[in-house]
Design a binder for this molecule. Structure first.
Ligand code: ZN
Length: 93
């Protein structure tokens, strides 16, 4: 059975979606709990990419004219905090 992707704020994400989920960086749980209004954030919680600036997410590497996607998206820095769509009212872009 495929693993269900669950974002702490959005809920279940369509498994066909290419949205990436991110764990909370080590030592950042308390800080993130203050930022995210919804109670219950834990170390096991994950947030999807809708809550981060696109510039904070590493999706791959530009090599000349080609974009080589990373095998696994990751957050660029340990200090990144979620800034977008924190109330769960996702707007599509
Ligand atoms: Zn989300």
């Amino acid at each position: 059975m495929p693993k269900v992707k669950v974002c702490f704020i959005c809920g279940v994400i369509d498994k066909e979606s290419d949205k990436s989920l991110f764990y909370i960086p080590l030592g950042k749980l308390e800080e993130w709990q203050k930022i995210i209004a919804k109670p219950g954030l834990t170390r096991a919680s994950r947030l999807c990419e809708a809550h981060f600036e696109k510039s904070e997410i590493h999706k791959g590497t530009q090599v000349g004219n080609d974009f080589v996607p990373a095998t696994r998206n990751r957050l660029l820095t340990k200090n990144v905090v979620p800034t977008k769509n924190l109330a769960g009212n996702l707007k599509t872009d």
